[in-house]
Design a protein. Structure first.
Ligand code: 2NL
Length: 333
């Protein structure tokens, strides 16, 4: 009887698909039962031999069995695909983990933070300002005359010839902006990126980092300047160093000095003294520009390149190394 063949055939099909070890074997099973030459297909073909009134009921049973088989096949396929995606070897949870290497601060950032920390101890705060400046804040307010070489387009990056927008050549422009906004006393340091139209070589780069400092109050002297500079450089480069001031010229300070230091290291380099900074007493014209009365207020300012300090401290012989972002270089600090 056709009717009695349906259930055993279905059970046989279910048993075979349960036993299929992989998706390919499952395809084989599907073909065996539901394909064009499959056993259920053959059963359907025999339907015509039944008496007309029996056909609908038997046909319905065959279709139910086929539907059941289809969903069992789909379920098994998911199961087998999941199994295939599983790792072949069992996971060993006792293996050591893969460590990511930790990043660190750039050597110039480390040196900047050390300098800032030293100045904070004696009451200075950090000021910040724009890297794109105008000629007034970069030059005029600093008593830097129109024919000064720093103002030449050979020496400064101008962005807009008409408005004379430029990339700041020093962070003094920030100190001008602070004095414009605030009455004395002023005790600030300004670290930051500055720009000059220099060709890169071992000691020059078109962008570098600078720190400037400014102290304005009544009765400030060169003695205060020397004491402060000595304190900070001894913190940075060690108690064993010596500092000296040499007369110099800057248009924004009067008197002006260059600062040299001497240490066992400079002597090893065959030099007693090495220049590290410039400084001086703020020029009265600069005070007038920002609206401070030069009869009432006195102050000093200094400036130096952070790369130079870092090169001395870490014994680095080429400034361009700081800007190449080669991790083999950066990892050392
Ligand atoms: C250097 C050293 C220096 C200043 C920067 C300064 C800032 C203001 C007023 C007066 Cl707002 N001076 N800064 C002073 C002396 C030296 O930099 O070697 N410059 C070429």
């Amino acid at each position: 009887m056709l009717l009695d063949e349906i259930e055993p055939l279905k059970q046989a099909a279910l048993a075979e698909l349960k036993a299929a070890p992989d998706p390919a074997a499952l395809d084989q099973t599907k073909g065996n039962y539901l394909g064009a030459q499959g056993k259920f297909t053959a059963l359907m073909k025999q339907l015509g031999a039944l008496p007309r009134e029996e056909r609908p009921a038997v046909g319905k049973l065959i279709n139910q069995a086929k539907a059941e088989l289809e969903s069992a096949l789909a379920e098994r396929r998911v199961e087998l695909e999941l199994k295939a995606a599983l790792p072949k070897e069992p996971t060993d949870f006792t293996l050591p983990g893969r460590r990511r290497s930790l990043g660190k601060l750039h050597p110039l950032t480390q040196v900047t933070e050390d300098i800032v920390r030293s100045f904070r101890k004696i009451g200075f705060v950090v000021a910040d300002g724009p890297e794109i400046e105008d000629e007034y804040h970069c030059f005029d307010a600093l008593n830097t005359p129109a024919d000064h070489p720093a103002r030449d387009s050979q020496d400064t990056f101008y962005l807009n010839a008409d408005e004379k927008a430029l990339l700041r050549t020093h962070t003094s422009s920030v100190q001008i902006r602070v004095m414009e906004k605030q009455r004395p006393p002023v005790r600030i340091i300004v670290p930051g990126r500055v720009y000059r139209r220099d060709n890169p070589d071992a000691t020059h780069n078109p962008t570098f980092q600078q720190i400037e400092g400014l102290y304005v109050d009544s009765g400030v002297t060169v003695g205060d300047l020397k004491g402060t500079v000595e304190f900070v450089f001894k913190e940075l480069l060690g108690e064993g160093i010596k500092i000296r001031f040499r007369p110099h010229y800057f248009s924004y300070t009067e008197p002006s000095f260059e600062i040299d230091f001497s240490s066992p290291m400079t002597k090893k380099m065959g030099k007693e003294w090495l220049e590290i900074a410039g400084c001086g007493m703020v020029h009265p014209v600069v005070f007038e520009k920002v609206g401070y009365d030069p009869e009432e207020w006195t102050g000093w300012a200094f400036g130096f390149g952070i790369e130079r300090i870092a090169m001395i401290r870490y014994n680095i012989n080429d400034i361009r190394l700081f800007y190449e972002n080669d991790v083999r270089f950066l990892r050392q600090f």
